[in-house]
Write a protein that binds this ligand. Structure first.
Ligand code: ADP
Length: 363
């Protein structure tokens, strides 16, 4: 029986459990055995009890659960070849030669490197006597399929990452709560949201809550943004608005790549406009709680597609990432998606914001 490993890695995101559930059950339904690699790459490197067989009932109820129940970690050892050598040995000892990984672009890059090195790693393990030629005989190639689990929605070549809509939902709920109190006291609130170098959460939250102003990394404000923001907020107040909401992405920058902080925005609103202004950093609330309906659907459909991709893979096919594009679940070459994702960060670092925006639009 073919043995398929499933793992969650990098930052946790609601929907990861739904993905694991779908992979486990689809693997079993297709006549394979399913193994969970717990604690991300840490479990791969350490092996033993951290790699455990999963059965149908083990993932019962997981579709709605937030976070990741098989654990995740950041693992420095896997970044180096000796760590990956240990990982290869542990997989072979369990008879696993296919891995479905739900994580961000870092985790998926690591997986592709692992796959590329696989034949060399096995040779070394046999040469040094750690494994026998018989043990590696039927596992000459490693199949890798990625699922993008990230609240940031920061991956190219997919419209949505698993977790992004749950996080957006949570942010909207939180801003709704803040709205009530802001309205009562006629206050201004500066709200910092997550997203790392991606402005999707901030932008979509600002649209969904009718915010007055938003700062995102891909499209820094013009040089005169201090005046512009104050004029817009003052105009809204003149028109009778009793509350002000400004959303700041955690990666927000100006055109010179200086960080724009909630504190800077607060000082402007308070000092120039005389508004009673508070800062709310939503923090890890944005990652927690149950997966929204969209993420339950996305993680399930993508988990199914990932198992199909593993079973259809040949040594010649590249590592795939499972995407959703215009509402269709599809597979894309993993490293092309990673390269396009990294091109956005490179464009921002080079202050080429038009390119950064067009790369995001091209997704
Ligand atoms: P994310 O997957 O959310 O982008 P990280 O970038 O922190 O998160 O990656 C998670 C883990 O994946 C790292 O701790 C490391 O073990 C592994 N990893 C990331 N990048 C690489 C790489 N270039 N080579 C090998 N392993 C990597």
């Amino acid at each position: 029986k073919r043995r398929i490993g499933v793992m969650t890695s990098g930052g946790d995101a609601p929907g990861m459990n739904g993905a694991v559930r779908a992979v486990v059950r689809m693997s079993i339904a297709r006549g394979c055995e399913s193994y969970a690699i717990c604690e991300g790459y840490e479990g791969l490197v350490k092996g033993g009890d951290l790699i455990k067989q999963m059965f149908w009932e083990d993932v019962r109820g997981w579709i709605s659960e937030g976070g990741t129940l098989i654990g995740t970690a950041r693992c420095a050892e896997f970044r180096e070849r000796p760590g990956r050598l240990k990982g290869a040995k542990n997989l072979i000892l369990k008879g696993i030669d296919a891995l479905i990984i739900c994580g961000g672009d870092g985790s998926l890059t690591g997986a592709d490197i692992f796959r590329t090195e696989w034949p060399g790693l096995l040779k070394e393990l046999v040469d040094t006597g750690e494994l026998t030629a018989e043990q590696i005989e039927s596992h000459k190639h490693l199949n890798i399929v990625g699922l993008v689990g990230s609240i940031d929605n920061d991956m190219s070549m997919t419209d949505a990452t698993i977790g992004a809509y749950s996080s957006l939902t949570r942010i909207c709920q939180a801003v709704d709560f803040i709205d009530s109190t802001a309205f009562s006291h006629s206050r201004a609130f500066v709200i910092e949201v997550m997203g790392r170098h991606c402005g999707w959460l901030a932008l979509m939250a600002s649209i969904s809550t009718g915010a007055d102003f938003v700062f995102i990394p891909e499209k820094p404000p013009s040089e005169g943004w201090h005046d512009e923001m104050c004029e817009i907020v003052a105009e809204h107040r003149r028109l009778g608005k009793r509350k002000t909401i400004v959303i700041v992405a955690e990666g927000a920058i100006d055109r010179e790549l200086n960080k724009i902080t909630p504190g800077m925005v607060k000082d402007l609103l308070a000092n120039r406009l005389g508004l009673d202004t508070r800062i709310t950093t939503l923090g890890h609330v944005q990652r927690g709680g149950s997966a929204c309906a969209y993420d339950r659907m996305l993680s399930t459909l993508q988990g199914v597609k990932a198992v199909e991709a593993v079973l259809a893979a040949t040594p010649e096919t590249p590592s795939y990432v499972i995407s959703i594009i215009e509402n269709k679940i599809t597979k894309k070459p993993l490293m092309e998606a990673v390269k396009l994702t990294q091109a956005v960060a490179t464009a921002i670092a080079a202050k080429d914001f038009d390119k950064a925006i067009s790369l995001r639009d091209a997704e």
